[in-house]
Design a protein around this ligand. Structure first.
Ligand code: BGC
Length: 903
């Protein structure tokens, strides 16, 4: 086919799918856009003295770039918008950087600041200061707090949730008001009858005796001119874990009755200010929440409702005074990250009436979150709402697979179950405030007959509300389904820290999180959640460097499952954040902790090998050598540490840990590599993929080991035989070493064991076990097998990070046009903007188009073994002769790629 015929075909196929425009802006003009401070839009309550600013360039010119920038910051938004910075004027800085830390005059606490940026383009023409963004500082230190820690009691076994209220009279018209609230436990803030904010399960879980989080909230619009009431409702969360669970959270050293401190800062029209702090003058009472457990459920008795408890005019003479209590810790730190929300409302797909008092609702997909019931009934009717992922044959919700770690002491606290008692007054509704569950089905059982319809129950998908930044679309619907299922499981396991599952444990299992880190970052803007989780790591690390298997922990996990194959999160999470965002702050913050960890591994591994770890968890058949996999994580940590040391200019350290890494690598290869057979250990799939993926295989053995891996897979009927460590490595190990087609065969397999097998069986999430009938380890919402989603971006879309220019400054484009796949599109919004890579197969040719965001570039690499030629449809690249490696500037590029035909 001639290329001009091809060109028209190409344009037909691509038009309508390809958007050359950027987010905003006119042609011929350039501007800064997407101004973020600390990766958030106009954040409030920052404790840091050097917040980070990021922005992007809107410029439609091919090869658009930033040659210089100028940042302005000040307290007066109008002056800032004119380019006048009372606090900071960086002046013109010749640099392409779009991530810059504040360096102006010292920031004051409790203050609002504005900032803007302008950009000089590729022709050194300055743009305008475009838009003003803001940020606000918080307490910046515990000594500033005026509010006292208060509670209603010291008794940890009280089951009812405590309500607090404070009435006050505003002295004048209020121009602005901020609430600062720190809570050990969970809270809802109400002002004048309204629940302030749509955030849920706040603040996030931390190791409460080391670090408690506080929020800064703009409450101006909730306040009245005269009478006002602040209402606070406290829940137990992980602070006062009353349910008994296997990982001992009910024995947490920090455990106490939930407590809080708060202060309301009011600025009046007349220029005066007032602070209303928590004190023993606040009133407290029990209310209708008679029990709440983050782990099991919530019990609500509407007969105990105190209507308008949070509004002026309520009679609180029966309420008692709050008491002053010990602070959980003095380390009260601002929470600055996307909050948990009810992100999606899901209507029931089906209702089945099992009898007059029992109904089962099916929401059609598995989620994490809560259900809300709307119902009418007689006073005293007791309704149980049991949430689960599976149904038994008799149609009832079956919790057998999920209850395994639950250790109830009596039958008052059923698992994954809310209990709702009706007041009998009209239609009543209930959704728990302080609990979430993992479920697809809800079984509603009532003590008296009630009538329910499909509309009576709504499910809410809850998770940390992170922005979606990655998309996959393909002609293979299985790919689309697996990708969506992986996203559902990833989000179901993001609650201010990454968890293993939203039902059985809700724990920050380290191994699960590092296997999922790339899929997480390709698809969601998660940096702030992970920065917070690394602070959790620092709180949990023992003086000898050891980390627990779950983070946060109440003390469990320092003696089991915490080898380097799990707790290498300490190195892998910061490293991946750095690679995806090009930001070194997380490296600086965790450097000493990574070093302490690697030093500990070194101390316990005199021969440079370690068998400390769980190994390839939930394997199919073969049990891989634990010493091999754990030592590879030890190697990876030492290597990452050496690289970080280099980045942070700690060159001596860098040399030391590079030498250590090389000794570990030698020890692994000496012990496990059989050069004759080109296998490691027994040559199982995990034992070959893990060394290939993590870069342990000597250069001259790579092709042979990859061939052995391919052979082993084929000998196994092209079926997987891996657990979680192998599943992270296998597809990458194949596609990075010339076996992309084989990787795709595994990835698109629909027979047991495979991702496709789950989907074929109706999965809407990823499971914990390849075997869907397993009698243990069978949560239906785990993310630990999720790397396949990251592999779509890397191997099929070809979007890869260039380690020497992290944050997608230069993108390594290495798409694999795998046999059997017709169309594929991946996009990822990185620090410079949206990268798009898409291809369509037409006969033996590929129509390939990419978009590279302004101020970044790409290197396109195609495999000469598979490709016989490439036509570049843009003029810009006409002089590039080596078609296997093409340098691309920012903008849109289209190619026709000729695939070699089999001889
Ligand atoms: C968790 C896992 C975890 C594993 C390790 C399980 O109970 O759910 O996902 O990584 O334990 O032992």
């Amino acid at each position: 086919m001639k290329s001009n015929t091809f060109l028209s075909l190409f344009l037909i196929v691509i038009s309508g799918q390809f958007f050359p425009g950027c987010i905003e802006g006119e042609y011929g003009k350039h501007n800064a856009a997407n101004l973020r401070c600390e990766y958030m839009i106009n954040p409030m309550g920052l404790d840091t003295h050097s917040p980070r600013f990021t922005w992007q360039l809107v410029d439609h010119t091919t090869g658009a770039k930033q040659t210089a920038y100028q940042i302005i910051a000040g307290k007066d938004s109008a002056r800032v918008s004119w380019g006048k910075g009372d606090l900071w004027d960086s002046g013109k800085i010749s640099s392409g950087k779009m991530l810059v830390s504040y360096e102006g005059a010292e920031l004051e606490p409790l203050s609002r600041y504005f900032w803007t940026v302008r950009i000089w383009n590729g022709n050194s023409v300055p743009g305008e200061f475009h838009g003003v963004a803001s940020f606000e500082t918080g307490m910046m230190g515990f000594e500033r707090w005026q509010g006292k820690w208060i509670s209603d009691s010291q008794e940890i076994n009280i089951k009812s949730a405590a309500y607090f209220r404070k009435e006050f009279q505003a002295k004048d018209d209020i121009v602005s008001a901020r609430a600062y609230i720190a809570v050990a436990g969970l809270y809802e803030l109400h002002i004048n009858g309204e629940n302030v904010g749509d955030e849920r399960l706040k603040p996030a879980f931390t190791r409460y005796d080391k670090r408690v989080l506080y929020h800064t909230i703009d409450v101006t619009k909730f306040l009245n001119t005269n009478e006002n009431v602040i209402g606070v409702l406290l829940g137990n969360g992980w602070y006062n874990h009353q349910s008994t669970a296997v990982w001992d959270f009910h024995k947490a050293p920090w455990r106490a009755r939930p407590k809080f401190k708060m202060e309301l800062h009011l600025n009046y029209e007349d220029g005066s200010a007032e602070v209303i702090p928590t004190s023993v003058k606040w009133k407290t009472s029990f209310g209708p929440i008679t029990f709440n457990s983050i782990y099991t459920g919530e019990h609500m008795d509407h007969r105990l409702l105190q209507n308008a408890w949070d509004s002026p005019g309520f009679d609180d003479t029966e309420w008692k005074d709050a008491i002053m209590v010990e602070p959980p810790t003095i380390n009260v730190v601002a929470e600055v990250m996307p909050p948990i929300r009810n992100v999606e409302a899901i209507p029931a797909r089906k209702i089945s009436k099992l009898n007059e008092k029992t109904f089962v609702f099916d929401f059609g997909r598995i989620i994490s979150g809560v259900s809300e019931i709307k119902v009418k009934g007689e006073q005293g009717t007791v309704i149980h709402l049991k949430h689960g992922e599976q149904l038994a044959e008799n149609g009832h919700v079956d919790l057998t697979a999920l209850e395994v770690h639950y250790r109830p002491v009596d039958d008052t606290d059923p698992f994954q179950t809310d209990i709702f008692i009706l007041s009998g007054e009209g239609e009543e509704s209930f959704m728990p405030s302080f609990n979430y569950k993992g479920f697809q089905y809800v079984e509603v059982t009532s003590s008296k007959p009630i009538s329910l319809t499909k509309e009576s129950l709504t499910a809410y998908f809850m998770h940390s509300d992170v922005e979606q930044v990655g998309y996959i679309e393909s002609s293979d619907t299985l790919i689309n389904k697996i990708w969506q299922a992986a996203n559902s499981s990833y989000l179901s396991n993001l609650f201010g820290y990454p968890t293993d599952c939203p039902q059985r444990e809700k724990n920050g299992w380290t191994g699960d999180a590092h296997t999922a880190i790339e899929l997480g970052l390709f698809n969601f803007n998660g940096i702030k959640i992970y920065e917070k989780w690394m602070a959790d790591h620092r709180d949990e690390q023992r003086d000898n460097g050891v980390l627990p298997a779950i983070i946060p922990t109440a003390g469990w996990g320092y003696h089991w499952a915490n080898g380097p194959d799990w707790t290498s999160t300490i190195a892998l999470i910061p490293w991946n954040i750095y690679l995806f965002y090009g930001d070194t702050r997380i490296l600086e913050e965790n450097y000493e902790n990574i070093k302490l960890y690697v030093d500990h591994l070194q101390e316990i591994s005199p021969d440079y090998l370690t068998d400390w770890g769980l190994g390839d968890w939930v394997p199919i058949q073969s049990k891989s050598d634990v010493e091999l996999t754990s030592s590879i994580f030890y190697y990876t940590d030492a290597l990452i540490l050496s690289k970080i040391a280099r980045i942070l200019n700690k060159n001596d350290d860098s040399e030391v840990y590079l030498a250590l890494a090389s000794k570990i690598k030698d020890a692994i290869n000496n012990k496990f590599l059989d050069k004759e057979k080109a296998i490691y250990a027994s040559g199982f799939q995990t034992e070959l993929s893990v060394p290939l993926y993590w870069g342990v295989v000597p250069e001259n053995m790579k092709a042979k080991v990859a061939a052995s891996l391919a052979q082993t897979i084929e000998d196994n009927g092209t079926q997987l035989d891996v657990g979680i460590l192998g599943s992270k490595a296998i597809l990458n190990a194949l596609s990075e070493n010339g076996y992309a087609n084989l990787a795709y065969q595994l990835a698109s397999n629909k027979k047991y064991p495979s991702w496709g097998w789950w989907i074929a069986n109706g999965a809407t999430t990823l499971f914990e076990n390849w075997d869907i009938n397993a009698n243990r380890d069978l949560s239906l919402n785990h993310i630990m097998f999720g790397e396949i989603s990251a592999w779509y971006f890397k191997a099929l879309g070809g979007i890869n990070i260039d380690e020497s220019t992290p944050g997608f400054k230069n993108i390594l484009l290495k798409p694999n046009f795998v046999t059997g796949l017709e169309e594929f599109k991946a996009s990822h919004k990185g620090p410079y903007g949206e990268i798009t890579s898409e291809w369509v197969r037409v006969d033996n040719n590929i129509l390939y188009s990419v978009r590279i965001p302004p101020n970044s570039s790409a290197t396109l690499m195609v495999n000469a073994d598979e490709i016989s030629g490439l036509e570049y449809l843009n003029d810009a690249g006409a002089d590039q002769v080596d078609f296997t490696k093409i340098e691309l500037v920012a903008g849109s590029h289209e190619f026709i790629i000729h695939i070699k035909t089999a001889e």
